[in-house]
Ligand binder design. Structure first.
Ligand SMILES: [Zn+2]
Ligand SMILES: [Zn+2]
Length: 347
């Protein structure tokens, strides 16, 4: 076992604090990664605070991991010492079910193993990236191409793939009108990616307060959803709307913005059920759908796409001592657009 420094939430109500945790001994197909940076995702906060239930404490959050390979098991073929690598929201799956065979490991029929808060194959609870090192089976380790800096690449492992996957699945590209709802950690990547794919991109945000940013990130248009005029003006416009907001929305109002065969896809997960008037779907054959991160193959494709288009996340790098403060600022939407922890400050 390897004892490493980490930052953990000791309970749902206590602030995160420095600690040390054990990483498993390297198996033949395991990779030891020295973590350089880890992004702070809103899911980290929900889990640390027990808001989704079932959190086992202490918990080390973090599933936007970027680092360097420092050791590999005897049978590892995909990665070598010195490689720049990333780990996202999952660290293992059964590898054998129909969905895993399709490369959709996030939908493993036996349940993917989450990077933190899951149970590893050794039965031990998994602990995430707010730490100096992690051991992961080679199939769940991604390559971070040269040309992407590790700090700006870290958030791609969750925020990047979460928005890339629905844009690809629903065909964002030239001639397609895509709206991104919400300009936060997910939304700002959605705008960059949709623009790089060649789509005509609109941001739908509550107010126009981030309009300049939205246009700088690549949006062609920016509208305030608090203005009822927006829904009248844009009725029947979009081929795809990706909703990154976890709050309750008026589904019928957003569905009315879709063109023929358009889809409204939620990547944000509101805690309460939403209601829909089925006529909103029947008219112009609209769809309402959801999307969960992406498979390993597609995550690698996303990283390569980002390197090719020189896209990283807009980040604010912080020392570990500021994690609790950063949580409060995420909740206040006071970050443009992702906090990234400098793992060197965990030592
Ligand atoms: Zn996340
Ligand atoms: Zn499976």
């Amino acid at each position: 076992m390897l004892t490493v420094n980490a930052y953990a939430a000791p309970s749902a109500t206590a602030p995160l604090a420095p600690t040390s945790i054990q990483r498993r001994d390297l198996g033949p197909r395991d990779v030891l990664i020295e973590i350089k940076f880890c992004g702070i995702c809103h899911s980290d906060i929900h889990t640390a605070r027990g808001e989704w239930g079932g959190t086992n404490y202490p918990i080390v959050p973090g599933h936007e991991i970027a680092g360097i390979v420092t050791r590999v098991g005897a049978q590892v073929t995909k990665h070598a010492v010195g490689d720049r690598v990333g780990v996202g929201c999952m660290v293992d799956s059964c590898g054998d079910c129909a969905n895993c065979r399709k490369g959709e490991e996030q939908h493993c029929l036996k349940g993917m193993i989450q990077t933190y808060g899951g149970a590893g194959r050794d039965g031990q609870p998994t602990q995430g990236g707010y730490s100096t090192h992690i051991v992961v089976t080679e199939d769940f380790v991604l390559k971070i191409p040269e040309g992407l800096s590790l700090d700006a690449a870290a958030p791609l492992l969750c925020a990047g793939i979460t928005t890339y996957a629905p844009l690809r699945h629903w065909g964002a590209g030239p001639g397609k009108k895509v709206a991104i709802v919400g300009l936060g950690g997910l939304g700002h990547m959605g705008v960059k990616l949709a623009r790089a794919m060649g789509a005509e991109v609109t941001v739908l945000s509550q107010t126009l307060s981030k309009k300049e940013d939205g246009l700088r990130l690549g949006a062609h248009h920016y509208h305030a959803t608090k203005d009822p005029e927006t829904f009248r003006k844009l009725a029947g416009t979009f081929d795809l709307i990706v909703n990154t907001v976890s709050a309750k929305i008026d589904l019928d109002a957003y569905l009315s913005l879709l063109a023929l065969d358009g889809a409204l896809v939620n990547v944000g997960a509101p805690p309460d059920p939403l209601s829909v008037n089925v006529f909103s779907l029947i008219m112009t054959r609209r769809s309402f759908a959801g999307s969960l991160i992406g498979g390993i193959r597609q995550t690698q494709e996303m990283l390569d796409f980002c390197a090719q288009h020189k896209l990283g996340a807009d980040i604010e790098v912080i020392p570990a001592g500021k994690i609790n403060e950063a949580y409060e600022r995420v909740l206040a939407s006071d970050v443009r657009y992702r906090f990234v922890i400098d793992a060197a400050t965990l030592k």
